[in-house]
Design a protein around this ligand. Structure first.
Ligand SMILES: Cc1cc2nc3c(=O)[nH]c(=O)nc-3n(C[C@H](O)[C@H](O)[C@H](O)COP(=O)(O)O)c2cc1C
Length: 154
């Protein structure tokens, strides 16, 4: 379910956006930097400072996560059902292993939000439809210019 294209865009996305709803159906969305694919069908997100997301998911586990590679102007939207894993549970260190490494000791993780993926859709910037013949390099050059970014060699 989580194919290479999804894993690549996760690796190249600075943030994801986690959307939840409260008991009254009011939507809530907030950015999370510490997130990863886990196994074949889960997205895991670190609750470091996300009390409303956790509260909402406890009441209604439906979640949507989106992320985009801003330089390639593409990403994914993933809908699923979340479970909240607390540090005292055995699964915390296993399911949250990548998150714990990414966050490090300075950013303690209060819960692992583990989302079982049910539906995946692609996000493309409109330029893919409007300028389908552009190469990836041309797209990235246009984005660097728009954002005033000078890429460094890595
Ligand atoms: C760049 C950036 C990265 C963030 N990464 C995370 C994160 O990985 N985990 C987290 O819990 N909060 C993270 N936050 C903070 C939450 O987005 C913020 O505390 C938010 O208000 C939580 O809202 P919520 O309780 O509705 O989830 C990040 C914020 C920013 C601006």
């Amino acid at each position: 379910m989580l194919n290479e294209a999804i894993r690549t865009d996760i690796a190249n996305s600075v943030l994801c956006w986690l959307a939840t709803v409260d008991v009254d159906g009011t939507p809530n969305v907030s950015p999370k930097e510490i997130f990863a694919a886990h196994g074949e069908d889960r997205i895991v997100v670190a609750d470091i400072a996300s009390p409303q997301s956790v509260k909402n998911l406890r009441a209604n586990p439906r979640a949507c996560v989106s992320f985009v590679d801003v330089f390639r102007q593409r990403g994914f939207k993933i809908v699923g059902t979340a479970s909240i894993i607390a540090p005292e549970e055995a699964a915390f260190a296993v399911v949250g292993a990548d998150l714990l490494e990414m966050a490090g000791a300075d950013y303690p993780i209060r819960h692992v939000i583990s989302i079982k993926v049910e539906r995946v859709s692609r996000i493309w910037a409109p330029s893919y439809r409007l300028f389908p013949d552009r190469t990836e390099e041309e797209r990235m050059r246009a984005v660097y210019a728009n954002y005033g970014v000078t890429p460094v060699e890595r």
